[in-house]
Each structure stands twice: as C-alpha cells, then as structure tokens.
Design a protein around this ligand. Structure first.
Ligand SMILES: Nc1nc2c(ncn2[C@@H]2O[C@H](COP(=O)(O)OP(=O)(O)OP(=O)(O)O)[C@@H](O)[C@H]2O)c(=O)[nH]1
Ligand SMILES: [Mg+2]
Ligand SMILES: [Zn+2]
Length: 308
C-alpha cells in the first residue's frame, strides 16, 4: 500500500503522484460523497491510498477525508457540481477588468464559498497592459473594495511580466488553486512561472469577448520543488449551493465586521433600523457592489446567475 496525491483526473483514469512517480490509476469500488451530488468522486488534490500492480498502473483503494474543496456547478443545467480541487492551502482568484470583464458579483460569490471553507483567497487582477486610464482608475477602486474586505490584491500582467515575482512569492511552498472565468489568463500565468511547460492557451473570442474554455480538466503542476499549483477550467455559473441564508453574512468579511455595530444581533441588513451595514453603504465605506451581491445572495435572486 502506498500513499499518493491525485494530480489529474479525466473521468475513469486518475493520475496519482506517489514519491517521485506518476501512476495511472483506476478507482476501486464505488466512492460517493454523501453531502454533495458531484460528478467526480476523485478530485485533484485528494490524498489517496493506492495499490500498484506494476510500475505505471494502479488502483485507488481509499480516499482520505478532504480538509476543504472548491466546487463549480456543472456547465449543463443539471444540479450536479464538480470539485475543482481539494485540500488546497489557498486560492488565487484571477479576474480581468477588460477582455473579458469579470463581474464583481461573480467575485463575491466565489469568495463567499471559499470563506465557508476558510480557504485564504488572493485576488489577481490580470491584463493590466490592456487598461486605459479609466480602467486603471477602476482597478484602484476594485483594489480598495477587496482590501477593505481583508483580501490581498495583486495587479499583474502575464503578458508584460508585471508583478509576477509577487505571485511567485505568494505561491512558495504551498498547494494553490488558480480559478476564474475562461480567458482571464490562468494557464498563461502558469506557463510563465514554469518555463518549458506548455499548457494550452487560447485567444478570447473577439465577438463575445469571452474565453473559449481551453483548459478542460484541473491539473496539478509542480512549479518548483514543493510548490504546487492547480490549473483549472474556467468557471461559468458559480453557485453557492451549500450555504444557509443566515450564514451568508458571516462570509462577507467586511459585512460581518460591520454587523457588530448593528442594533439587532440578528440583523439581516435588509430592512432593520440601526443597521450599521446599510449605514456604511450609504456613507460609501462599504462599496455598494458588495452590498448588492450580499442582497442578491440573501434574497435568493441568484439562482439563474451565469457568466460566460
Ligand atoms: N494582453 C494580455 N493578454 C493576456 C494576458 N494574460 C493572458 N493573456 C491572453 O489571454 C488569452 C487567454 O489566456 P488563457 O491562459 O488561455 O486563459 P485561461 O484563464 O487559462 O482560460 P481557460 O483555460 O479557458 O479557463 C490568451 O490569448 C493569452 O495570451 C495579459 O496579461 N495581457
Ligand atoms: Mg486555461
Ligand atoms: Zn445590519
């Protein structure tokens, strides 16, 4: 019996790294996760036990309990979800303010999900080489919004090699997932950080100004000894499937902090008098986009939300 970690999975085959070896594995038996209806029983990042019959082939006999995972909704309209990655130390959420423009509501929904698992998130704002003065101004506003909520924000340009050393430092000795909409430059970044690697990348569609879903399976890459990053397919719709209504306010860090000053301890920040959150929003301390995202999630107006 060996222990290993899943580095790629494409349906019925799972690539497991054990020691310095990569073993192609099948899954033994019928593993299911009870709490979520997901399409993949094995996820990249899973710690597993395996038996190897010869050098290169094996069988996964056990999947250890996950300390966390990040899911995305399946792209069809079924209720199924896919685990993008498990057991990660942090998530880099890559967004772009142009080509394509990531809706902030998407960002907020993603952050809430990660927060529910206590996974640290870092915001990477890519393609700054394409921003004009107006976009740069908006960039600073976006930075302020998320720094106020307690997140580290890095503006980068993969194309022009801007601030990539900061990203490299952030990744050091950790297992990170890089996530975001299609076409924002996730695979391009990893290629830059790991010379010689040639992950597939693709131009965004000039008509839709959206990515083409080039990366199709999550995959773990060792960019230097002990430093791992999981490239993942672009997320379309992103559902916060597992949260109760009254939990949502706990995972908007900024709203949670402000809520200590609400008059009622169980304030929902929707209609109550003496609500510190609504007050902060009115005063411009809490950005209205954050409050709007909160409201949409809280009132359940988000069910059909999709981005390309
Ligand atoms: N101008 C500019 N283009 C960039 C930058 N980073 C990436 N791109 C381009 O954006 C396009 C999409 O990049 P990908 O790396 O394929 O995007 P992705 O996020 O991996 O997309 P999916 O795999 O579909 O989820 C490519 O044409 C890249 O060359 C950047 O900093 N500036
Ligand atoms: Mg990609
Ligand atoms: Zn309140």
């Amino acid at each position: 019996m060996n222990k290993g970690i899943v580095v790629k999975t494409t349906g019925s085959w799972h690539l497991v790294r054990t020691g310095d070896k990569l073993v192609r594995c099948r899954l033994k038996g019928n593993f299911r996760i009870r709490e979520i209806k997901n399409t993949n029983p094995v996820a990249v990042g899973d710690q597993v036990e395996l038996e190897t019959d010869d050098q290169d082939y094996g069988t996964i006999t056990k999947i250890y309990e996950r300390k966390n995972y990040i899911i995305r909704k399946s792209i069809n309209l079924s209720r199924e979800t896919q685990i993008l990655a498990a057991n990660v130390d942090q998530v880099l959420l890559m967004i772009t303010l142009r080509f394509p423009e990531t809706p902030l509501e998407f960002v907020d929904r993603f952050l809430v999900s990660a927060e529910a698992y206590h996974i640290p998130c870092i915001l990477l704002i890519n393609k700054t080489d394409l921003y004009d003065a107006e976009r740069m101004h908006w960039l600073e506003e976006v930075r302020a919004i998320y720094e106020y909520a307690g997140y580290k924000v890095m503006d980068i340009s993969v194309e022009k090699h801007i601030h990539l050393e900061m990203v490299r430092d952030q990744l050091q000795d950790k297992l990170s997932l890089i996530a975001g909409n299609s076409g924002v430059g996730k695979s391009s970044l990893i290629n830059r950080l790991c010379p010689g690697l040639q992950l597939k990348t693709n131009e965004i569609s000039s008509f839709h100004l959206a990515g083409k879903h080039t990366t199709t399976y999550p995959e773990m890459i060792e960019i230097s000894k002990g430093t791992f990053i999981i490239d993942s397919p672009g997320i379309r719709g992103f559902g916060v499937t597992e949260l109760q209504k009254n939990e949502i306010g706990l995972y908007f860090n900024d709203i949670f902090k402000l809520s200590r000053n609400c008059q009622f301890y169980n304030c929902t920040h929707v209609h109550e008098p003496g609500c510190a959150v609504m007050e902060a929003c009115k005063d411009g301390i809490l950005h209205e986009s954050r409050y709007r995202s909160y409201l949409k999630l809280f009132t359940g107006e988000n069910q059909k939300y999709r981005t390309t």
